[in-house]
Design a protein around this ligand. Sequence first.
Ligand SMILES: CC(C)(COP(=O)(O)OP(=O)(O)OC[C@H]1O[C@@H](n2cnc3c(N)ncnc32)[C@H](O)[C@@H]1OP(=O)(O)O)[C@@H](O)C(=O)NCCC(=O)NCCS
Length: 125
Amino acid sequence: MRDAVQATWGWDDAIQQAIFLERWDPSEREIVVVDGEDVGVISVTRGDAEVFLELIEIDPRHQGRGIGTRIIRDLVAETHGRGLPLRLHVLRANPAARRLYERLGFTVAEERSERYVMTCDPPRQ
Ligand SMILES: CC(C)(COP(=O)(O)OP(=O)(O)OC[C@H]1O[C@@H](n2cnc3c(N)ncnc32)[C@H](O)[C@@H]1OP(=O)(O)O)[C@@H](O)C(=O)NCCC(=O)NCCS
């Protein structure tokens, strides 16, 4: 996330370390494992009105291999199976991630100063 964070707020090791220590809660994280190897982390909040993908980060050595696509597709299927939208935030400074989400059916629901709120709504019955 460094490039997008740097472009949005600037990068400061001490600030990033403090944010990490304050907000990193392992109990809310799920580790992505492929062929027995830890390759990433996600965090999902499953609510009654929507499901929110709080975090998805794949180890740079494993990016671009379709892992993110697979995870998000599965999550969309699960969420739409409950008749709910899947939502997420993406920084304006992260156009590659936004492109991926658009390819997977997400649209921009709201434009904020630093980020977009994106949604993938369930098909109408
Ligand atoms: C975004 C991310 C989760 C996608 O997972 P992935 O397994 O690499 O994605 P896939 O292989 O399924 O799909 C490839 C697409 O992901 C996007 N992508 C690839 N590398 C990326 C990167 N470093 N940062 C952001 N998006 C990236 C591109 O849209 C790419 O498609 P393209 O090759 O046509 O440009 C992953 O690249 C990542 O962790 N990036 C850094 C952290 C981040 O940006 N997280 C999302 C925050 S909203």
